[in-house]
Write a protein that binds this ligand. Structure first.
Ligand code: MTE
Ligand code: MO
Length: 427
């Protein structure tokens, strides 16, 4: 292939460890030919006609399902810390290692539930708004469906996400277990401000107490400014009615805020003068500091990124061309930049961000890479539109008490050894 077809592609490494220019991203095929790296394709022999092309395929399904060839890997990992005593208290992790793009299929959205998934008949369910309001209101599911709706692609991340990465030794777990209390969906519903305007907020009202209809009655205090700004009472998830695990028939979605505040199975919103200090904002979801005090109300999720391919428990193929791919997100707005290092943070190259780069959504980044078969140390580092940058793990750890498990967003480090084994490593 003549070189003049590739004016924009820089095949010279732009950083140590074989990182290539991100503008080569879309021209990988030609880059492979020119770079003389291991070809990903074989010789094009005439195709045989397989048996499945000779007879009609199976008939229609009312409800689709994944190919049986991939079904075994499309599984959420389960964390049930109380075992049989409380099997519905814990988490199910999104298998990020099996997914690509940015949207999480509803069937694989992570789940964090404090007391199981209630089975709610939408015809019986009511959402009540009361407290410091002019007109207390009760909405049926049917009534809510008649309100104007908006759709937004937003991530939800549990503030306990990546808690394994806070432990003293690096756990060898798939990326979904390490970081899969994070999912991204298109959420559709009614703006909470519409419903609050209808109820009419008393001037003394400054906070909302949101309560779920599960056995945990999970409750959180929400500042009124947030509630009136961008909070949604979500009814649909990726186009379908939200799943029972995600809060059917309705849940709050608080863009960019810690997942715990997006109360599922929403049944009550009480307008109050102050926060209620529920168990989920006192005994849990607080950040323990070195001096023994705890930070309360850490709402906005940090800027964060992880390399999903390659990632721990994966094994590389032969040396040659690869795409480093990963996810970045921030609770404060858009991702502005993601850098990748293949030498443990000494040199960095800018990754390509896949459009559209949405506000408080997940972004897919990518970078072409020629792996030479030697040991490399891969890291990614995101910057958001506020200029917040991911810190090294040691810097993050030093800000908190050793036991703090919440809000981990430091740089994560993978080793690729000479056998191609990818492992989780602390820098
Ligand atoms: N009613 C209720 N709402 C809840 C929870 C819960 O247990 N009960 N879990 C919270 C937590 S800790 C998180 S991180 C998110 C998770 O949302 P998901 O399960 O849809 O991923 O829901 C929040 N809302
Ligand atoms: Mo959470």
């Amino acid at each position: 292939m003549p070189n003049n077809l590739l004016p924009a592609i820089n095949l010279q490494p732009v950083a140590a460890g074989g990182l290539l220019d991100r503008r080569g991203f879309l021209s990988v095929g030609t880059a492979l030919a020119v770079a003389g790296t291991t070809a990903l394709t074989g010789q094009a022999a005439p195709l045989e006609v397989p048996s499945h092309s000779r007879v009609p395929g199976r008939s229609f399904l009312p409800y689709g399902e994944p190919s049986a060839f991939v079904l075994p890997v499309l599984k959420r990992g389960l964390g049930q810390p109380y075992g049989d005593i409380a099997p519905g208290a814990g988490s199910a992790f999104t298998p990020l290692q099996a997914l690509h793009g940015t949207i999480t299929p509803a069937s694989l959205h992570f789940e964090r539930s404090h007391s199981g998934v209630p089975d709610i008949d939408p015809a019986q369910h009511r959402l009540v708004i009361h407290g410091l309001v002019k007109r207390p209101l009760a909405f049926s599911h049917e009534a809510l469906l008649r309100y104007p709706m908006v759709s937004r692609t937003l991530f939800i991340e549990c503030s306990g996400n990546s808690f394994f990465q806070t432990l003293p030794t690096a756990q060898q777990l798939p990326i979904g277990m390490l970081n899969g209390l994070l999912s991204c969906s298109e959420w559709t519903g009614v703006m909470l401000s519409t419903l609050l305007d209808e109820a009419g907020i008393d001037p003394r009202g400054r906070w909302l107490i949101a309560e779920g209809a599960d056995a945990a009655s999970m409750s959180r205090s929400i500042p009124l400014e947030k509630a009136m700004d961008d909070v949604m009472v979500a009814l649909y998830q990726n186009g379908e009615p939200i799943r029972p695990e995600q809060g059917f028939p309705m849940r709050l979605v608080l863009p960019g805020f810690e997942g715990n505040m997006s109360v599922k199975w929403l049944r009550r919103l009480k307008v109050t003068e102050g926060p209620v200090h529920s168990k989920d904002e006192t005994s849990k979801y607080t950040d323990l500091l070195p001096d023994g005090k705890a930070l309360q109300f850490t709402y906005v999720m940090g800027v964060k990124s992880v390399i999903t391919r390659p990632s721990p428990r994966m094994t590389m193929g032969a040396p040659g061309f690869y795409e480093i791919s990963g996810l970045a997100w921030s609770g404060a707005g858009r991702i502005r930049r993601v850098e990748v290092s293949a030498d443990g943070g000494r040199s960095w190259a800018d990754a390509a961000l896949q459009e559209p780069v949405l506000d408080r959504s997940v972004v897919r980044f990518g970078l072409p890479w020629r792996w030479d078969g030697a040991l490399v140390t891969l890291e990614s580092r995101a910057t958001d539109e506020l200029g917040r940058v991911q810190e090294p793990r040691a810097t993050w750890k030093a800000r908190y008490a050793p036991g703090n498990r919440y809000h981990f967003n430091a740089i994560q480090t993978w080793h690729v050894d000479a056998q191609g084994e990818v492992t989780n490593a602390y820098a």
